[in-house]
Every structure is written in structure tokens, then in C-alpha cells.
Design a protein around this ligand. Sequence first.
Ligand code: ADP
Length: 428
Amino acid sequence: MSLRLGCIADDYTGASDLANVLSRNGLRTVQTVGIPKPSLLLPEVDAVVVSLKSRSIEAGRAVSLSLEAEQWLRGRGAGHVLFKICSTFDSTDAGNIGPVIDALRERAGAGPVLVNPAFPETGRSVFQGYLFVNGVPLHESPLKDHPLNPMRDSNLVRVLQRQSRSPVRLIPFATVEAGAEAVRDALAAMPDAGAAIADAVAARHLDVLGQAALAGPLSAGASGLGAGLARALVARDGIAPQASAPDTTRRDRSAGRSAILAGSCSTATRQQIAAAEAAGIPSCRLDVRRLLEGGAGAVVAETLRWTAERLGAGPVLVASSDAPEAVQAMQRSHGGAAAGHAVEQALAAIAEGLLAAGVDRLVVAGGETSGAVVDRLGLEAFLVGEEIAPGVPVLRTAGARHPELSVALKSGNFGGEDFFTRALSMLG
Ligand code: ADP
């Protein structure tokens, strides 16, 4: 197996979003969970997305995991590696985007790294270095209240500079409009820079950036840049359209049970929960205060009893999601990271119990939440199937653990109001 493209994703939902985009744009793609073990047999593919859970961990650990993933990918022939970050540039002044880019660049002996988180089809665009989310600047968007990394500055050159050892520059709109060669020339003209934020407001800009990035060994961006890279590779290598998408249909469609777990507190997810409840799906809201005050075991056990009584009749929904004021109150009393971790672990334990109770279709909302669930279940890799909503494919487990499981891992703010019912119907 010789890879055309290697990707390191800093969270699991972002990884499946990217894997979905690569496969839609013509690359046969597998998403692995963590750095693959030597025993994992992978099919012949063009791209591998190694999913890490490195977005919100200590920067040094994020760097070492990313370097290990890079080594695995280069060892399989990847000429270009994309460091996949969130399209809303989720990070803090401590990292982890800057430290990981610095380390990967030094390892690859590369010049300035092209960085672009735009994904116009999901409303993320970058203009003059400023990131817009559905038409509003990042710092005015709901991301300003994110539980783990509130984004209060929309200027990505400034944001990345605060996290980076080397100068961060801008490749402005006019240069991107002028084409791939102009972007390459601009990068070559800033040899002292460690990274350059590039503008992009439309898919054609991502094509330009994909072509420009392929000239070097490394880039960083969201799934939009992934699409640009995939299209540039398909054109460069004359890749024929895929004969068929991998079959992600479950073999036994008769007996399974299904469940939704929501740990995202995003506006979109809270609307989706309300819509699922209005559609008649029974829901259980976790008592987060009790969970954080030493009652996690009891909350998990009670929730699993509640789900066991209902699973036979149809899907169930379990959510910790709450409004920003309630989340902030919890964070003030218990600490943001500790509260987040405890809630994630409770939802992961509930996922484990649900599988033991026969669930074989699982929808998870929240990036960190999905990471915790996938880790707890010990899932190794996924085949990427049909798209449920932009950025969210149906995933079928590959590897020995839980071979009959269909999952959807949704980044908090992805999907329309009917996402949960739509996902359940598409999971089989
Ligand atoms: P998103 O994709 O929207 O960013 P994540 O799952 O990545 O969602 O992040 C949400 C974080 O908020 C997680 O760490 C989760 O455990 C935490 N969380 C969920 N519900 C609550 C709550 N009620 N109070 C405090 N923190 C919460």
C-alpha cells in the first residue's frame, strides 16, 4: 500500500468529516482510530486519516502523537501530509495547532506551512485572515462560548501567532485569486515564516490552495483544504472515479437497536435534540450536577436502566447538553476540563452499556464526546459510507472489535434540525 495522501486529524468527528470529503472527491479512504496497530489489516486505499484526540490535550502530548502519526503515514508512502484542524480553528493560546505545525514542519524540513480552515459548503470562510462562521466573525459566533476553547479573536494570523514559535503571515485573497503558482511564489517569498494563513471564500479557492500545497510535504486545514488536495491529486495522478463506494450496509438489518448520545452543547445540537424529542424519541437528560458531585456511577446505572426499558420499542436519546449559562456554572464550580472529561466518560460508559444491550446503530453528537465513546468501545478503523449531512458520513466498523456496528460521529455544530432522525434511518 502506497498512500497518496496522509492525514492527521486532531479529533474523531473532524476525521470522519475529512474522510467523507476525501472519498466524495475520488480518493479511497479509511479512517483509523489512533495510530494503527501493526495487526490492523487495511484495504488498498489512496488516503488514510489517522484520528487523534489531540485538540484539547496538553500541547507536548499533541505534538508527540502527531509526530508518531506522521511517521506511520510517511512510512506508508504519503508524500503529502495534511494536519486536519477544526474549521472554526478550535484552539487556545497554549495550542495545539501552532505547536503541532511547528513540530511537523521541522520534522519534514519544510518551508512555511500553508494553513486554511475554510469550508465554504458549511459556512466557514477566511477573508484577509479573518474567519467567518455562517457570515459572522468567529468571535461573534456561538464558538465564543465553546466549553473547552472559547474563540474570542477572529484574526487567525494573530490567533496562530500566539501559539507558534515562528512568524505567521497572510496569503491574501488577491494572491489566491491569482492561482496556485502565485500562492507558491508567495510562500517562497517568506522563507522566515513558519506558517501562512491563506484566504478562501469559495470552493475554487480551495482547489488553488490544494494544488499549491501539494508542491510541499505538509499543510494544515479543515475538510475544505482536504477537498482541494483530493481534487488536485485526482487530476495530477489521473485517478479513475471509484468503481464503488465501500459497502457499509450492515449484514443483519433485522434485529438491531439504535441510540443517540449527545454531549455537545452547541446551538445546533440542542436544536436537533429538541427536534428528535418533538418527533417522539424518548430522551433522558443527564443530571450533570449530580454526576460531577460524585454520583457518576449511579447516574450511568440509572440511565442504562431507563434505556433498557425503552430500547425494544425504538431509538432512545441520552443527552448531557445544556445552555451556555448552565455549562458555565458547572465549569465555575468544577473546572472546565474536569467537568468536560467527567461528562464525556459518563457518556462513554453509557455507550458501552448500550452496546451490551444490543445497540448496533449509534449516533454521537460532539467531537470530544465521540472521541471518548470510540476509545471506550475500542473501535480501530472505519469504512466511510454515504453522507448523512455535510461532513458526517455513515461509518461501518473495520477491525475485530464490534464488527457489526454502524455509527455516525457528528461535530457539535454540524447537521440540520432533523439530523438525528435522518442519521438513524441511514444507519440501516
Ligand atoms: P462540540 O463538538 O460541540 O465541540 P464536544 O463533545 O467536543 O462538542 O465538547 C463539548 C464538551 O462539553 C465536552 O467536553 C462535554 O463533556 C462537555 N459537556 C457536555 N455537557 C455538559 C454540561 N451539561 N456541563 C458542562 N460540560 C458539558
